[in-house]
Design a protein around this ligand. Structure first.
Ligand code: C6P
Length: 420
């Protein structure tokens, strides 16, 4: 490695966000599918993993594997330190006030279920209401339906317009003394809409209603500052954040987490146990029963470090440029209609084609090496709102390029050609 200091000119000459250089960090991208270079545009489903993440997991198993919070031996101490370092990194990543506000869970789905089953069960009673929006993923609908069913409460749904934007005034009208919690997506996985979370939180807090934010799609695409948003809970998945599957984060404000009962019982979540009484552990361990997913937490730590080094602002800018390019190019193809045209939008391009089922679009694009998702995207109510059975969805990642968007456009023309 050269030790010669760079001149200011040399520093300026280095591109800030060199996507071609970045792509070298992702081994999976460099392969052919059906004899064509892979164009991976299914990043909202899951993102690919940089070498840093793959190696962090492999190194953990090669050198440090041990159970945590239990042993006095060296490996256990090393594993515990590595695991807790990720909590500190996650706190910084989300700008949480304390690392005790970071709870490791399996993913967004588990995070939302945890809140519904603890905060919700404790605070929602018969006749109360839970408010969500019409653009939610099933993970931010079904846990609340289960809760409402159990408690005899009512799920209220704020409507969206034809562009896929939340109707804020209608949303506000739903808030009242019966509302016990608001749960909203930060960025819609089916439409790409970015919700005005700060404004929504302000409206809810004015009535003392806490707000849970489903950040599964936003966290990989924009700088999230939970203190700035002032939300009460924020849920995200590691695998959409260029990290491993099976690990995610629930952020919760300390004063709320303190009042919530534990969700699952078992080892590590206790301070003391007798047959008569169990005293629960302090935060965050109260919510982490049993041996956690240590290796993937460490992988998530590597992903957070990777993203922080690249810079979330840079990633956001890169993806915004690509989305703009893709919107123009795909939107200009005759017979193609974009679904989700919000002014505030990121990462996701959903579309339908005249007389062609999205499943056929996906299959023909795959034969061209292009991976997109087709279907209802686990957001069936969104499909119902737009009166369509499904869409084809191209979703962007930090490693995508304009050439790949060009390949998508060529692929869509190919779909039209094949389908006549
Ligand atoms: N959306 C998609 O293709 P899990 O499965 O727990 O990691 O994330 C669930 C989830 C929750 N909220 C939103 C907004 C999401 O987009 C997702 C996952 C994937 O769109 C898989 S269905």
């Amino acid at each position: 490695m050269s030790t010669v200091a760079k001149t200011p000119h040399e520093i300026r000459a280095e591109p800030m966000f060199d996507v071609h250089k970045i792509r070298r960090d992702f081994p999976i991208l460099h392969q052919q599918v059906h004899g064509k270079p892979l164009v991976y545009l299914d990043n909202a489903a899951t993102t690919q993993k940089p070498l840093a993440v793959i190696e962090a997991i492999s190194n953990y198993y090669r050198h440090d594997n041990s159970n945590i919070h239990r042993g006095v031996h060296t490996l256990s101490e090393r594993a515990t330190e590595a695991y807790e370092k990720v909590r500190a990194a996650a706190q910084k990543f989300l700008n949480a006030a304390s690392s005790k506000e970071i709870i490791f869970v399996r993913g967004t789905t588990e995070a939302i279920n945890l809140v519904a089953q603890t905060y919700g069960r404790k605070n929602v009673s018969s006749g109360d209401e839970v408010v969500i929006t019409a653009m939610e993923h099933h993970s931010n609908i079904v846990p609340w339906q289960l809760l409402c069913e159990e408690k005899g409460a009512r799920l209220r749904v704020a409507p969206i317009n034809d562009r896929g934007e939340l109707l804020l005034e209608e949303f506000e009208k739903l808030l009242g003394p019966k509302t016990k919690i608001v749960a909203i997506g930060h960025l819609s996985n089916a439409l790409g809409t970015i919700n005005p979370v700060r404004e929504i939180v302000r409206m809810a807090h004015a009535r003392n209603i806490p707000v849970l934010v489903d950040g599964a799609q936003a966290a990989p695409r924009m700088q999230v500052d939970v203190q700035e948003l002032d939300c009460d809970f924020y849920a995200l998945s590691g695998h959409k954040l260029y990290g491993p599957t099976g690990i995610g984060i629930l952020y919760g404000k300390m004063e709320l987490l303190e009042t919530m009962p534990p969700w699952q019982g078992g080892g590590d979540m206790i301070a003391s146990v007798t047959f008569e009484k169990t005293v629960y552990n302090r935060l965050p361990y109260k919510f982490e029963a049993g041996t956690p997913n240590i290796a993937d937490t460490i992988g998530l730590g590597a992903a957070i470090e990777y993203l922080s080094t690249l810079g979330l602002e840079q990633i956001e800018q890169h993806e915004a440029g690509l989305l703009n390019y893709a919107t123009q190019a795909v939107g200009a193809i005759p017979g193609v209609r974009l679904v989700g045209t919000a002014k505030e939008k990121a990462g996701v391009l959903s579309f339908v084609m005249d007389d062609i089922h999205p499943h056929d679009i996906g299959t023909i694009l795959d034969s061209e090496g292009i991976a997109v998702r087709t279907g209802h995207h686990c957001a069936q109510p969104v499909m119902q709102r737009f009166n369509i059975p499904a869409t084809a969805r191209a979703s962007l990642g930090l490693y995508n390029t304009r050439q790949e968007i060009d390949a998508l456009v060529a692929g869509i023309y190919k779909v039209q050609e094949v389908m006549g």
